[in-house]
Design a protein around this ligand. Structure first.
Ligand code: UD1
Length: 343
């Protein structure tokens, strides 16, 4: 068994895939989750897929006392991967305080509890949303961050600023912040994947739910953007590739190979696909036409986002290996499995 790692939000979409990758690489995992957007069933599935049941602690990270207690119990952990956060953009606009409280208190409590228990490595879940509406493509990590159009996005930007101040103030804790582009796809087992509560905000689950007959049709938010077919372009990344980026970041921190106390990497493929291209690619995988309609733009959407992958390739020694078809096929398999289970 290698080192012990605390994974907050380890029952969530990206968290659960990362936990499986870590277990496959012999790390001892402690999941902290409050099940606010996941369920205890995920622990059974992780066990079924990986053959190991991770330690589990149900903790609300907004409470420092509770966070400190669990970190003290696991003070032999070498690192924390902090996924736990709310992530629904529309909900964050309706209820900004809930987002600032949850996403920022939890980060502050994790940092403080790490400090008190000398757990000196952290990987933070950031987002390409911190770039706002970038002026240059592909986006390099030194592009300026901008205020986001949503409180959710702003919690990620503020979190990175907190990490910058924190890592500048003392040298004990080193941090890698990973800026995710658009994670989609599911585990090859078909047993875990994205499970949005209510109506999905994001494109891929909306597509698969429409194809599964849960939504009547996909609304394509605008086709008058300055892009090749008028619909916005994004850098979709397979969630298992993303999980592997966390493994690389963890190894880099544990080997003390980092060259600064806060390192930031884009996690994308470097390829951009438009909404219409995504629909076409989905139709090719599912073999059926998708019901969709072009409608008005969604406020806050930017025309084009795709990552420069150079830094991740050269420094983190990571690059995505799964293609768009793998992403879409696994998302579709997962959706179909989920529906037959829920019947
Ligand atoms: C969104 C969030 C971003 C967050 C990310 C991951 C916004 C403005 N941005 O990114 O802050 O980090 O999710 O959760 O919400 N689309 C449709 N119809 C749909 C859904 C989406 O046409 O029903 C289009 C969107 O206009 C966009 C593309 O599909 O062009 C991707 O959308 P989405 O999956 O929501 O991701 P982002 O907007 O890139």
């Amino acid at each position: 068994m290698k080192d012990k790692v605390i994974v907050t939000g380890g029952c969530g979409y990206i968290g659960s895939h990362t936990v499986i990758t870590l277990i496959h690489h012999n790390y001892e995992v402690v999941i902290i989750d409050d099940f606010s957007n996941s369920s205890p069933q995920i622990l059974d599935r992780i066990e079924r897929i990986s053959g190991v049941r991770p330690h589990f602690e149900q903790v609300d990270l907004k409470s420092f006392e509770a966070t400190q207690a669990v970190f003290k119990t696991h003070k032999d952990a070498k690192a924390v991967i902090h996924f736990a956060a709310h992530k629904a953009v529309a909900e964050s606009i309706q209820n900004p305080l809930m987002y600032y409280q949850n996403n920022l208190f939890s980060l502050l409590n994790v940092l403080k509890a790490q400090q008190e228990n000398s757990i000196n490595h952290l990987i933070f879940s950031s987002s390409a949303t911190v770039y706002g509406n970038p002026s240059k493509m592909p986006i390099t990590e030194d592009a300026p961050t901008q205020r986001s159009s949503s409180p959710y996005g702003n919690t990620k930007k503020i979190a990175e600023e907190i990490l910058e101040d924190f890592t500048n103030s003392q040298s004990e804790i080193s941090v890698i912040s990973l800026r995710y582009f658009n994670p989609i796809g599911a585990h090859a087992s078909g047993q875990i994947g994205e499970f949005p509560s209510g109506i999905p905000n994001n494109l891929m689950p909306y597509i698969t739910q429409t194809a599964a007959g849960i939504r009547e049709k996909l609304m394509v938010f605008g086709n008058d953007y300055p892009t090749k077919d008028g619909t916005p372009i994004r850098d979709y990344i397979h969630v298992v590739d993303l999980a592997e980026a966390h493994l690389k970041a963890l190894e880099r921190l544990l080997d003390t190979s980092t060259t600064s106390p806060l390192e930031i990497f884009n996690v994308g493929t470097g390829n951009g696909f438009s909404v219409l291209e995504m629909i076409k690619a989905f139709e090719a995988v599912s073999g059926s036409p998708l019901n969709y309609e072009i409608t008005d733009r969604r406020p806050g959407d930017v025309p084009e986002m795709f990552a420069s992958t150079t830094l991740a390739k050269n420094v983190l020694k990571w690059e995505a290996s799964r293609n768009l078809k793998d992403m879409i096929q696994s998302s579709w398999t997962w959706e179909q499995n989920l529906r037959s289970e829920l019947k």
